[in-house]
Design a protein around this ligand. Sequence first.
Ligand code: HEC
Length: 147
Amino acid sequence: MNKAIISFAISLVIGFGLGYLVFGVIMGDSDKQPQVAQTEPTDASSTTEKQDTEAVKETASVDEANILNSKGCLGCHAVDALGLEGGATGPDLSKAFTDVEGKHGKPIEEFLKEPTSAVMSGVIGGNPLTDEERTQVLDMLKQASEK
Ligand code: HEC
């Protein structure tokens, strides 16, 4: 008897749970569908879509697809000369290409391999730049110093 009651109670709970889940999924879907249907026609107007993607591409090339961002440098450094905003933990790198040798006693290329300063030693020590990445960083900082 007891077993029957317990198993009845358990299947009741499971049944309710499943029903609730299925119901939620169906309701969730039917909630979403009208939204998709609404946004599709507006997206399809081709001119605005083109402009949008072009704008996204432009900002991406400056803000996201650059080595300083992908290596996390912008978390601590801004590069004003390139219009790159970043954290204020480290100095602005606009003039780093020309200034580092005077400030840190070695050319910037060497500095990026083996920094002489405390914080950057930790940064590079924990996540060294490959030769290619260092070249990309140097390219960008050179560009910045020439602006
Ligand atoms: C955790 C924060 C942090 C990150 C991330 C970081 N830096 Fe730095 N960086 C600093 C600080 C702070 C200094 C000042 C010197 C020091 O204390 O090490 C500095 C100094 C420098 C300098 C010397 C500039 C000067 O004028 O003294 C260069 C060049 C530099 N960083 C490049 C980079 C590059 C390239 C990256 C990305 C690979 C990077 N940093 C990532 C914090 C950071």
